[in-house]
Design a protein. Structure first.
Length: 320
């Protein structure tokens, strides 16, 4: 079988990319995923430049394998954090946006990162953005379906992946609703040649989130996630709790504009409250619809290898 394109481009062993989850994808998890043969990705989010620099250096001290650091394709963040990427040069830049990627902006930064020896992975929730990133020269493009945790859109992985496979020159990675070999095989059948997983890695031994959050994930069943934030234009999926109940009520009881104005106070720092402080009532545990499949704590290597081998067993051939 021909070599896997994702593995070739990113110089990794397995076509598995760990999602860049803020307050979650820290150096310990990222380095473990990369050491295990996947692509670990720092969840930089809205972190200040000095924290991003510290985390990139920390990963480099823990592994010599390729890894990524993510950046949001918005001018203020590119201006603030872009210089850190040029100075520290993570092997891969993981760029993303909620919607509306600007071609000129993407072309400018993709070229700049390439000129400085970095590969570019772009994550899209809309096909239009995936096509724009492809035309701007992204090396690998992820398309994330509605099933995924955190920020989400309105189309499923099953709908997005075949569209991307038909339209894009860059190799496609499936994201959203994938936590094991069955999901990975489905992504490959739809035209992807790799997968991104975020939720599955929340239960990695090397993931340093609060232990009671891991317990909550293990005990969460079907139909226990909810999407909030439609009023803000940035809807996110999380486990149902007292915070989400409050947010759902705000959207139900107010006009869109009024609800959006009131979202700031309960949402401020809510991801940190959950993942680092262990507040499972008023913190946001952002996770995908695959949560009922997540029942045990394993190493990052066990998660990756079992997923790949399970996929290969279903497909009947080696994928890398």
């Amino acid at each position: 079988m021909a070599a896997n394109k994702i593995c070739e481009i990113l110089n990794i062993k397995y076509p598995v990319i760990q999602g860049p989850m803020a307050w979650t994808a820290n150096p310990s998890l990222v380095s473990a995923v990369s050491e295990a043969g996947g692509l670990g990705t720092l969840g930089c989010g809205f972190a200040p430049p000095e924290v991003i620099r510290e985390h990139i250096r920390a990963v480099k001290s823990l592994t010599d394998k390729p890894f990524a650091a993510n950046i949001f394709m918005a001018p203020p963040l590119l201006e603030a954090n872009g210089p850190v990427f040029l100075e520290e040069k993570p092997p891969v830049v993981f760029a993303d946006i909620l919607a509306g990627l600007d071609y000129d902006l993407a072309k400018k930064y993709f070229d700049l990162w390439h000129e400085n020896g970095m590969k570019v992975v772009f994550k899209a929730s809309y096909i239009e953005d995936a096509v724009t990133a492809d035309n701007a020269g992204a090396d690998v493009i992820l398309v994330k379906g509605w099933e995924g945790g955190g920020h989400t859109s309105n189309e499923t992985t099953m709908v997005l992946v075949p569209q991307a496979a038909d339209l894009l020159k860059a190799p496609v990675v499936a994201s959203g609703g994938i936590a094991d070999g069955r999901g990975m095989a489905a992504g490959f059948c739809l035209g992807a040649v790799g997968v991104e997983m975020g939720s599955a890695f929340l239960l990695a031994k090397e993931c340093d989130i609060a232990e009671n959050v891991k317990d909550t994930i293990i005990s969460t069943g079907d139909m226990q996630t909810v999407i909030t934030g439609y009023c803000t234009g940035e809807p996110s999926r999380q486990i149902k709790n007292k915070l989400s109940d409050r947010l759902v009520a705000l959207e139900a009881e107010n006009s869109q504009a009024d609800a959006a104005a009131k979202f700031g106070e309960p949402c401020e720092g809510s991801l940190r409250k959950a993942m680092q402080e262990g507040n499972t009532d008023y913190g946001a545990i952002m996770i995908g619809q695959v949560v009922p499949l997540l029942k045990e704590i394993r190493t990052a290597e066990e998660i990756i290898v079992s997923t790949v081998r399970g996929c290969e067993k279903i497909l009947g051939y080696e994928i890398c």
